[in-house]
Design a protein around this ligand. Structure first.
Ligand code: PLP
Length: 341
């Protein structure tokens, strides 16, 4: 038994999901003829209170398309300094959109109007770049899954739009955030121009992300998806997994959160752990004790069949998910308690 806590992307499709995939009705989606892809896109758009949606192979692609269709070359996007779009997408903002970034510290990655206001470029000054987008991430992966409330988002959105800026949401783990806030996803459409959600993280599909957007952006998004090489043919097999995940895997995310809390609470008491970030959703990030390295720690975990991820020179990340069972949790906690260096 291998316990893989490196990411919530390591899950295998469940029997129910495999059945849904196997029996999916499909067609060539580049010709717009895959009924299951259409169904998934309609479902996501209505779920988030928007008009259109575009199914893509990855969350990196949905983010990169979202930002590209909201910007012109030489523009700037405002985001948290550890944002996935900036830090973990291979420099795509510069390469794909030819734009710069204004990076903010945020409160555990959650940026605010107070931070945004002073960094907006003056459009009337030719020296300055046009700041055209504010991009939020929810939950914030680099900050152990911290999340925004709708009230915080509303403030940022109203302010940003009043300054002529568009709003993008990297909602790779949006449903993890909503599990905690108990807010209605349909409210989110009001505050964003583009929203990226991942089906392959906590929701447990093998592949797929969806860019939800305004109707007037849809054709642009489809064009850029084609340019990026993301036009897929009988993608209904994958979309069927997404529909199944939205129907069956959202309500259980709270179990992942409870398990992450147990891991965090356990780690907090151990001599080989220096500190644990607050555990808000399904991600645990902790610092190893002085004199210890993540690599040494990971090697010890590996000898007990547990996989985790080195997240920096001093930090380790654990992410709970669909395939991390109660038995695995118990085993992991007992290994943590036994380990010493
Ligand atoms: C995983 C993730 C993405 C997208 O990643 P892909 O592996 O390209 O699907 C985007 N944003 C955040 C915050 C993520 O955690």
């Amino acid at each position: 038994m291998i316990i893989d806590l490196r990411s919530d992307t390591v899950t295998r499709p469940t029997p129910g999901m495999r059945d849904a995939m196997f029996s999916a009705e499909v067609g060539d989606d580049v010709f717009g003829e895959d009924p299951t892809v259409k169904k998934l896109e309609e479902k996501c758009a209505s779920l988030l209170g928007m008009e259109a949606a575009v199914f893509c192979p990855s969350g990196t692609m949905t983010n990169q398309i979202g930002i590209k269709i909201l910007t012109q070359p030489y523009d700037e996007v405002i985001c948290y300094k550890g944002a996935h779009i900036y830090k973990y997408e291979g420099g795509g903002l510069a390469g794909n959109s030819n734009i710069g970034t204004k990076l903010l510290k945020g409160d555990r990655g959650r940026i605010s109007v107070e931070e945004i206001a002073p960094v907006i470029g003056n459009i009337n000054d030719v020296h300055q770049a046009r700041t055209s987008v504010v991009a939020l991430e929810n939950t914030v992966v680099r900050e152990a899954g911290s999340y925004y409330t709708l009230e915080q988002i509303k403030k940022i959105s109203e302010f940003s739009r009043s300054k002529g800026m568009a709003m993008h949401l990297d909602g790779a783990r949006l449903f993890n955030a909503l599990t905690e806030t108990k807010e209605n996803p349909v409210e989110f459409g009001k505050y964003f121009d583009t929203i990226s959600i991942c089906l392959s993280k906590g929701l447990g599909t093998p592949v797929g992300s969806v860019l939800v957007c305004k109707k007037e952006l849809e054709l642009k998004a489809r064009r850029i998806r084609k340019v990026f090489g993301g036009g897929m043919r009988q993608a209904g097999f994958l979309a069927a997994a997404g529909i199944y995940a939205l129907d069956h895997h959202i309500h259980r995310l709270k179990e992942d959160h409870a398990k992450a809390k147990t891991l965090g609470n356990t780690l907090q008491q151990l001599p080989w752990v220096k500190s644990v970030m607050p555990v808000d959703t399904n991600i645990v990030i902790f610092e190893v004790a002085d004199g210890l390295t993540p690599e040494k720690c990971l090697a010890s975990l590996a000898s007990h069949q547990i996989k985790a991820l080195a997240f920096s020179a001093t930090e380790i990340r654990l992410v709970t998910h669909l395939d991390f069972t109660d038995d695995m949790l118990q085993h992991t906690v007992s290994v943590f308690r036994k380990m010493n260096f």
